[in-house]
Design a protein around this ligand. Sequence first.
Ligand code: AMP
Ligand code: MG
Length: 331
Amino acid sequence: MSRARLLEAGDRAIAEAAEVLRAGELVAFPTETVYGLGADATSDAAVAALYAAKRRPAHNPLIVHIAGRAALEPLARLDARAERLAERFWPGPLTFVLPRRPTAPVSPLATAGLSTVAVRVPAHPVALALLEAAGQPIVAPSANRSGRVSPTSAEDVALELGDAIALILDAGPCRVGVESTIVDLSEPDRPVLLRPGGVPRAAIEEVLGPLAEAGDGEARPRAPGRLASHYAPSLPVRLDALEVEPDEALLAFGPRVPSGAFATFNLSPAGDTTEAARRLYALLRAADRSGARQIAVMPIPGDGLGEAIRDRLRRAAAPRPSPEMRSNGAD
Ligand code: AMP
Ligand code: MG
C-alpha cells in the first residue's frame, strides 16, 4: 500500500478525515493521551479493517470515543457513579466500562461480543472536532501495531502504520502521553481499576472511594486485552536499574543518574511523573533506536502518573510471545 498522507490538523483536514471515517476507512488522529487509529464504530467492515491494520487479536475489545456526554445515552446504561465521574473527568483520559445497551449502534466486533462497552470523551480539540464532524462513535486504539510502543507524535504513527493507513492528522506531541485510565462500572459492586492511566487512581478514589484491582479474586477476567507483553520496544528491557552497563541505553528518572550508559534518556530530570508520562513513549523509542544492546530503566515512583508508567514499563519488560503466539495472543 502507498504511504499515508500526513496532514496538519486544520479545519479542512479534519473535515476530510471525517469523510474518510464515514466512508469506512481508517484515520490516525491526536488525542491528549496518545495518537489513536480511528474507525467508524458502527461499521463491522471498518472495525474489522482496524483490527487487521493493527494485527490486533479479535478478543481484545476497543474503546469507543464520543464527542460528549450526550452521545453516551444510546450506547450504555449509566448509574450515579458514572454520572459523577463523567461530570468531573470528561473530556479527559478516563474510560468507563458500562453495560452495553442491546440497541447500541456499535459493531459487536468492537466490543468483542461482550455485554459491556468501553467509552470515553477525549480532551483534545482536534479529536473532539473530528468526532463531531464524523457524527458517529469512533473506535480508536493506539495507532501502532498490536503489542508495540504507542505513538505520541504523527511521525511515530507514520513509522508504525504508514503503510497500512491513508491519512494521519498531525497536531504535534500528545500532552498526557499514556493511555486512559479504565474503570469498570459494569457491576453494581465495587468499581474495578482495569488499567492505570492518564487520570491518577487517587483522583478517581476521591470521587468513588477505593477501587478494586483487576483480577483480585474474580471469577472472570474483566479486561480481555490485559496481556503481559505490550508496549514492547525491539530491545529487551531491564527494570529498576540502579547501575547501568556500557552497552545499555538508560531510561533515567530524576536528578541523580548513574553514569556509564551507552546513551541516557531522562524522562524527567526534575523527578516529575507527569512530565515522565508525557515523554515515556518517545524516549522509549529513542532508546530503542540508540544502538544499545538493552534498555535499562531506573525505578519510577508510584505517585500521580507513576502507577501508569510502571504498568507500561512492566509490560514492556515482560517476556515476549513467540511470533506464532503473537498472531493470536498479545496486544
Ligand atoms: P487500547 O485500545 O489498546 O488502549 O485497549 C483498550 C483496553 O480496553 C483493552 O485493555 C481492553 O481489554 C479494554 N476494554 C475495552 N472494552 C472493554 C470491555 N467491554 N470490557 C473490559 N475491558 C475492555
Ligand atoms: Mg494500545
